[in-house]
Design a protein around this ligand. Structure first.
Ligand SMILES: Cc1cc2nc3c(=O)[nH]c(=O)nc-3n(C[C@H](O)[C@H](O)[C@H](O)COP(=O)(O)O)c2cc1C
Length: 268
């Protein structure tokens, strides 16, 4: 452990604050506030422009995983055709839609190596996705170990298997939000130039969601202060959910007049 890195801040608590510039009005320039001005001045350092076709693959990977952040993480439990258990985290993950309830996970097929998660889901057509909270992030991280096929990551992690209702793979008992998924579609991502199948995208149809009552608020939403979800940043970094803020989504029918007036005023 590096001596100059502070200990994990256990007294940190998520809170809801005002947004950075609650006085913002339609058409207002970012540089109009001191924080916005300082942000825009950063541009003086110039730009690095990356031509993805020419960039080294590892550099591209490093840049993309550090720029497309923070990412949610799917902690995926699956079974092989012979019943071997597998557990691994995937941050190229997101919700696709709620209707039907679908999630997407992308597994890299680097160096002709198909990950166990990919082959398991293709073979057995089901899996669970468990969201990782701070108290068990080290245990979840360890399951990314490149263990040979047939070696279960469950005992290595110390995490607990909880029987699923609808699918065969277990869900992670320590996770306060788990989804039981059936395979909806597999999309092979084929490189348009090399023709290599570099990645496999898995769409999962969420059949059941298990959410712990103690992380729900009065409105039935998952409360980030209680949930303590972790996100993926670049390199081997994780993030916590810091302060949150609410910003209303404008409705054109209500705002049209104000928007038009504000724009007119700025153009004068
Ligand atoms: C937080 C985290 C996120 C990850 N995200 C991905 C991902 O989105 N896609 C991927 O192919 N590998 C990802 N990995 C690496 C896999 O977890 C790792 O290759 C694992 O060994 C795959 O397990 P399997 O072969 O048992 O399926 C990630 C690793 C960590 C620690």
């Amino acid at each position: 452990m590096a001596a100059d890195i502070p200990l994990f801040n256990n007294s940190f608590a998520y809170q809801s604050t005002l947004s950075p510039n609650p006085q913002w009005t339609y058409g207002q320039k970012t540089a109009d506030t001191p924080a916005g001005k300082a942000w825009m001045e950063g541009e003086k350092a110039g730009w690095k422009v990356v031509d993805t076709a020419k960039e080294d693959k590892l550099e591209l990977y490093t840049l993309m995983i550090s720029g497309i952040v923070p990412r949610p993480i799917a902690f995926v439990s699956s079974l092989s055709a012979s019943g071997a258990e597998n557990l691994a985290p995937f941050s190229w993950f997101n919700m696709v839609t709620h209707n039907p309830p679908l999630v997407s996970i992308c597994c890299g097929n680097g160096r002709q190596h198909i990950k166990d998660t990919t082959s398991n889901i293709k073979a057995t057509k089901s899996f669970t996705v468990n969201i990782i909270s701070e108290p068990f992030v080290e245990a979840a991280n360890v399951t990314s170990v490149d263990a040979p096929e047939g070696v279960s990551e469950w005992p290595i992690s110390g995490l607990t298997k909880e029987k699923s209702l609808h699918v065969k793979p277990a869900r992670v008992k320590e996770s306060a939000f788990s989804m039981e998924c059936e395979l909806f579609q597999v999309i092979d991502i084929v490189h348009p130039e090399s023709g290599a199948n570099t990645t496999t995208m898995i769409l999962g149809h969420v059949k059941y969601i298990h959410v712990r009552n103690d992380v729900l608020n009065e409105r039935g939403n998952v409360d980030p202060a209680k949930f303590k979800p972790v996100g993926r940043m670049g390199d081997i970094s994780y993030s916590r959910v810091g302060d949150g803020f609410r910003i209303a989504r404008p409705v054109w029918a209500n705002e049209q007049e104000t928007i038009e007036k504000a724009i007119e005023k700025r153009d004068e």
